[in-house]
Design a protein around this ligand. Sequence first.
Ligand SMILES: Cc1cc2nc3c(=O)[nH]c(=O)nc-3n(C[C@H](O)[C@H](O)[C@H](O)COP(=O)(O)OP(=O)(O)OC[C@H]3O[C@@H](n4cnc5c(N)ncnc54)[C@H](O)[C@@H]3O)c2cc1C
Length: 466
Amino acid sequence: MKTQTVARRRALVLGASMAGLLTARVLSEHFDQVTILERDTVTAEPQSRKGQPQTRHLHGLLASGLQMLAHYFPDLPDALTENGAIVGDMAEKMHWHSYGGFRQRFHMGLKGATMSRPLLESLVRQRTLARPNITLRDNTAVKGLVTTTDRSKVVGVEVESRGASTHNETISADLVVDATGRGSRTPQWLTELGYAAPAESEVKVDVGYATRLYRRDPSDPLGQDWILSTPEAPRESRFGGIFPIESDRWIISIGGWAGDHAPTDEEGFLAFAHSLPNPDIYRIISQAEPLSKIIAYKFPASLRRHYEQLERFPQGLLVLGDAISSFNPTYGQGMSSAILQAAALDKILAQKSVAPELLARTFFKAAAAVVDTPWQLSVGEDFRFPQTTGPKPAGVDLINRYVAAVHRATRFDPEVGRAFLKVMNLLEPPTSLMTPGMMWRVWKANRANRQESRRVTEERAAQVAV
Ligand SMILES: Cc1cc2nc3c(=O)[nH]c(=O)nc-3n(C[C@H](O)[C@H](O)[C@H](O)COP(=O)(O)OP(=O)(O)OC[C@H]3O[C@@H](n4cnc5c(N)ncnc54)[C@H](O)[C@@H]3O)c2cc1C
């Protein structure tokens, strides 16, 4: 029998995407029964759903996310590999052109994964639903919160169940967690109940993706690599990624910041890929067989909702994942942030003494601490573009000048590459790049970079003279 101050009979999780599944997994340790409510129809096989259109685009899983998933589902890395995902050392696998050249590759043992997003989610879902106290109700759209008459506590939700007949119903719970993504209606529900909605930080980036699947020849020398091109901003604004995924396929997403989006017609798509500084992206797709149409996705702005700043919040309700913070996707952080937030909730609930009236405050503070690093990294990089608008962190221009030097240094010094990858994978804070020892290495590597550039310029001049 569990003893606790928060009643822990039934928990409801709204949304069955990555944040919802991990939240349900975590709650199953602390509640007798966990029910996930999902608006879409969920099939057993990997499939993108209407409620998560982004899952048709390039998704990589950072090391922090993979490590935490493996903590909750120890057989997941093997299951990924068995199903054709590429799980490997990011420092070795990434063939990454950035800031004028390729970052150095070396052994580091820092594992990430590439696969289609639906494959990852289906394997996580299978394992989540294998737990005896978790059930998933799909075709169930949450319409609103149910509270006590004084509105101090959420005690359930109103849903519309769609099946042979559509009907409305109330489901009661001791805890409701909103993991319905960026479109979460909690801010609106809060104001309807007489609470303040959270303040929002919105950073407009006008990023566009264009994505296509191609057949992959695994014997291609680059057939197991994660091939990336990221811009030297603001001089360049285009990115591209082509990742090996299951069933011998490539998934490619190309696009850019500030409205520099790739066209979705054949010729325009290829020309855009050709314009990227990493030539391998175009080389591969110009020779491979296309397996899908080219589809587009527009991401206008990163959005952070500051639940941690609210003075009043009803008991029995939490918000998690993209519903708290949705980042510019080009940095690949969203799933890992959601997974790390769920893990933070696990830690809090494991302290049996947490009082019900303090749960939300404690969780939102912990979730904000998780979100701080990916937000700082993505927003910082986005402000390299003069077109980016929104709350600009103090000192970001100065930091960006240094981080640009770090990017360049990763082409010459594996130690800088190692430190950079740890930060990028949300395993170390950005301040770890700013120790005196690291700054010295960055300075030395940039001196090597300048010498190389000078040598190349002189060689070119000599060739012209001849
Ligand atoms: C183009 C793109 C590329 C990305 N690439 C990466 C990447 O490489 N790596 C990475 O880590 N992240 C990436 N992300 C981010 C990642 O997709 C999300 O962070 C991740 O899906 C977690 O989101 P979530 O579960 O909070 O919400 P979502 O994935 O948005 O899921 C919300 C769920 O709630 C359901 N729902 C909504 N409303 C209701 C309702 N009223 N009732 C019941 N159910 C409801 C929806 O149907 C959906 O299933 C990318 C995002 C985009 C846009």
